[in-house]
Design a protein around this ligand. Sequence first.
Ligand code: PMP
Length: 468
Amino acid sequence: MLDLDTTRDRANYSLEDMDRNSLFHPLTPIALHQQNGPKIMAAAQGVRLRDHAGREMLDCSGGLWCVNIGYGRPEIAAAASKAILDLNYWHLFGSSSNEMTIRLADRVLNLLHDHAGARHLKRVFFGTSGSDANDTNYKLVRYYANLRGVPEKRKIISRKGGYHGLTAAAATLTGIEAYHTAWSLPSTDVIHAECPHQYRFGLPGESEAAYCDRLIADIEQIIAREGPETIGAFIAEPIMGTGGVLIPPAGYFERVQKLLDQHDILLIADEVITGFGRTGEWFGSGLFGLKPDLLTLAKGLTSAYFPVSASVVSERIWKVLEAASPEHGPVMHGFTYSGHPVGAAIAMANLDIMESEGMVANSAEVGAYLLENLKARIGDHPYVGDVRGRGLMIGVEFMADRETRKPFAASQNAHRLVANQAVEHGLMVRALPFLEVVAFSPPLCITKSDCDEAVDRFAQALDATTPA
Ligand code: PMP
């Protein structure tokens, strides 16, 4: 590798060298990166990727769970091009607006009303990432409390294993220690309840109902210990993604919702992954009958063709905000790119494709097929503990000993070795950071025959992996 700091010599300067000498990568071990170099992706179409070295791969990652309609759609390019030529930028500050953003807000609300039964959701606040949308929600919990004259009711209960982003506030909500320690997070005002994953955290012989009782008792204890007058909100992904594709036990959310209502605590549904068809339903809130007061959207809203996120606000909160105006002055929150017209146009074109091509139904049908085939093909493998999922959100959890449910030591990196081996076999899947889980979250346009190929390649990768 050339070191630009010493040579500044650009003869024989490869793209890999340029990366190592100029880029600072998120979620990447620096020393390893400097040694092994970047894995450069060059092109993509549908569910197929091609890297810089010309290797073809079937993408069962959807990037970071986000490329819902698949890669390379000309309709999106056309919508982006038109939007740029019409009005490449205008903002939403000080009552400013733009047509595409207005239409998108209306459409997001209609989708939530029609497909999640969430008629109580009333306004949309746009941002550019899941993290900033959760920061907005974090701040809205405080704003709502302040406007109601109960400023101390601002703590948020999150869950161990929950992932809500990595900006300072969002990272405190995230319940995975690896994202906290080096940065002196989390701050006070966020409490992490137990992670709802019976396969790993249930007691031997415990029934699902008894396990659920324990999870609810834990939340009750937190509320009693902290005092309900200090708890403003509870945040949850309907199905935990980064935590390991964790589906809560039956009845969990109904009971959580009841508890929150009892103590006047808001529910924030983080639908950054579960929104827009990933689980085979339009929204995870619909899947579990949640009635969130705040809802976080990103990823599938544009299928990652443009960074757009949204915080959706319920009537209960909106009424307080509306009543407080004008004495409290403007909403002192927002971003340069809140309501970006090009992003909104891309989101609209993305939703057109999702609707006209039945992507959500495909996610349900093909997802069930992929899950069944994974279970049949690798479910009995000595290192595969559990295979689970909903729609095209599937997790394979590895165990050093599946009989005793003894996990691999983190240092063994078992699931990472399998994911790396899968790439060698032409399959992109992702190893997750909390449990030893490999996630499948392909574009929602994936076909059953693509899935056959994915299962074959994954099974081969698994056979070719020897645990360290
Ligand atoms: N919430 C959830 C549930 C997520 O999965 C993610 C990203 N994986 C985020 C928030 C953060 O989104 P972003 O990376 O766009 O900031």
